[in-house]
Design a protein around this ligand. Structure first.
Ligand code: HC1
Length: 575
């Protein structure tokens, strides 16, 4: 360890730590704006400056390494004045219509201005950049008038996701973040993952909002409006209401949706179980009949778009299964519509997702089993939280309620879909059972595919066969894995890929976590624990045990992989 003094106090921190990290150990939070651990370590915004005894000028604590005997001062008048001036300069070219900004209340810039007492935000006002909104993408808006050029979005796009469709255009005062050749984001090969929104400190990036359209549908007496909630929503939503990261709010979430006025409140977990029935069948069929391997999961629409753009020769490896979101809408507007005697054209299918790519997915081709879109509106968890506020629900004091049946019934295998490795584990549970036929002895937990690592590999003995599997989350990791498959270096039978690092628990539609927390907490692991705990507490842990899924096959689809199941639950891809 290295010994130093911070504000006169003795501090000891591991060698290689930055001043920012060492201060944190001493319970001092140095403010940051541009810094994202391991993603954007550029020391550019100068908010985190501190004084170091003997140094000629203030130093950026996020990138400055500690050394033995160093004396650091984090809150001298000189430091505080410098931070305040930096904020005043940022504000001089910032759209300050904060009252109704989508980030008002959780904007990192706003919080710093309050903390540092910036009450003269117009001090340096002069010429301002005026930018048109970029609304070309299906899922999001860029408002460069609120951009502070921190580069978090460009770093996460190029480093974490390996895509790099945004970067700095122009130079000096005209510098702005956008795509090459002034293209709109929708014209690029952006995959709609929304990780840029998740890390943006201000209101410069936000999802396209469908709240009012959903409220209008609910108010229309002619419409039957049902909603499904993705596995990972219950693990993230509570944060928007001040609950600790890793709180399960399933019951209150259901109660809120019912009070908002949805006719039925259902669970995407139901169709995650359904997905497993189809995908395990597809996997065994490919293994036994010489189909294209490895089979790769298809639930994450950001990953699907990435595969189509960047690995078009591997689209045949993709499972033909629609995602659980889309399967849900497809079954609701066919089977359930028939059961209730409702015209599917009068149904409005809404999903609550931790994802922004789901907004894009619902408009893909071949996603209209009943001749109308399987899903009409997809709201992110952030939109859902705003909707709850808008209709005046006191979320924290709502009772815990249960989903409606039958499309609210699910097993533990379904809820873990929201964590990286969960789809693989769920599929293995049912594939092993199908092969061995011995439900009671089938293994339930496949710990080798759990955890937040970007790439996981394992080999399982199933009915005398070695099954090689791999799991990747985050698209840089996906690329690394697929390059190994293409070169022949790795040989897998089954691969799970999720577009966001850690899976949907860390999806681009989850509540934003400020960098001050994100840099020092593994939000992926805390949220994933909610899902694994929920799985462990469920008496039913394998998708084939889901009675509602069995009923849908018995009454409507026939068997998994049937012709009818293919018509309704499967899809196609573009090269
Ligand atoms: Fe996901 Fe999925 S797990 S993709 O992360 O397969 O979004 O939560 O709903 O569709 O079930 C997201 C989550 C979600 C689908 C399922």
């Amino acid at each position: 360890n290295i010994n130093l003094k911070i504000n006169g106090m003795d501090v000891s921190a591991p060698a290689g730590s930055t001043i920012l990290e060492a201060a944190r150990l001493a319970h001092i939070e140095i403010p940051t704006l541009c810094y994202l651990k391991e993603i954007n370590e550029i020391g550019a915004c100068r908010i985190c400056v501190v004084e170091v005894k003997g140094a000629r000028s203030l130093v950026a604590s996020c990138v400055y390494p500690i050394n033995e005997g160093m004396e650091v001062f984090t809150n001298t008048p000189k430091v505080l004045k410098s931070r305040k001036k930096t904020l005043q300069l940022i504000l001089s070219n910032h759209d300050r219509r904060c009252l109704s900004c989508v980030r008002s209340g959780d904007c990192e810039l706003q919080k710093l201005c309050k903390e540092l007492g910036v009450d003269d935000e117009a001090l340096y006002d002069g010429e301002k950049g005026l930018y048109e909104l970029d609304e070309t993408a299906a899922h999001m808006v860029r408002d460069n008038n609120k951009c502070i050029l921190c580069r978090r979005c460009t770093a996460v796009c190029s480093m974490t996701q390996g895509i790099g469709v945004i970067g700095a255009n122009e130079r000096g005062f005209k510098t702005n973040i956008g795509s090459a050749f002034e293209m709109g984001l929708g014209e690029t090969s952006c995959v709609s993952c929304g990780q840029c929104i998740a890390v943006c400190p201000t209101g410069a990036l936000y999802e396209k909002d469908s709240i009012d359209a959903v409220l209008e549908a609910i108010a229309d007496p002619e419409k039957f409006v049902f909603v499904q909630t993705a596995p990972a929503v219950r693990a993230g939503l509570g944060e928007a209401f001040g609950l600790p990261i890793g709180t399960n709010v399933e019951g209150k979430m259901v109660a809120a949706l019912r009070r908002i006025g949805f006719d039925k409140v259902f669970d995407t977990n139901f169709s995650a179980d359904l997905t497993i029935m189809e995908e395990a069948t597809e996997f065994l069929d490919r293994v036994q009949n010489g189909g294209v391997l490895p089979l790769i999961t298809s639930c994450s629409p950001g990953w699907i778009k990435y595969c189509e753009h960047y690995f078009p020769d591997m689209t045949e490896n993709l499972s033909s299964c629609k995602s659980p979101q889309q399967m849900f809408g497809a079954i609701a507007k066919t089977y359930y519509a028939e059961k209730l005697g409702i015209d599917p054209a009068k149904m409005v299918s809404v999903s609550i997702m931790p994802c922004t790519a789901k907004k894009f997915e619902l408009g893909r081709d071949d996603q209209s089993a009943a001749g109308v879109p399987d899903v009409d509106y997809s709201l992110t968890v952030r939109e859902f939280a705003r909707l709850i506020d808008k209709v005046g629900l006191k979320f924290l004091s709502l009772p815990d309620e249960q989903y409606d049946n039958p499309l609210g019934i699910s097993t533990g295998a379904a809820v873990i879909f929201g964590a990286t490795g969960g789809v693989m584990e769920a599929a293995l549970r049912t594939a092993v059972w199908k092969l061995t036929g011995e439900n009671s002895d089938s293994p339930i937990e496949f710990n080798e595919v759990r955890g937040v690592q970007g790439i996981k590999e394992a080999t399982f003995q199933v009915a005398g066969m070695d099954v090689n599997v791999a799991v990747a989350s985050g698209l840089s990791n996906a690329r690394e894995l697929l390059e190994k498959v293409k070169s022949g270096e790795a040989n897998y039978h089954f691969i799970e890929i999720m577009g966001c690092p850690g899976g949907c628990v860390n999806g681009g539609g989850q509540p934003q976590v400020p960098a001050s927390v994100r840099n020092f907490t593994d939000i992926r692991a805390l949220r994933a624990k909610v899902l694994y705990d929920s799985d462990a507490a469920n008496p039913l842990r394998m998708s084939h045990e889901n009675e509602a899924v069995k009923m849908v096959y018995d009454e409507f689809l026939g068997a998994p992989g049937s012709h009818k199941a293919h018509d309704i639950l499967h899809t196609t891809y573009v090269k």
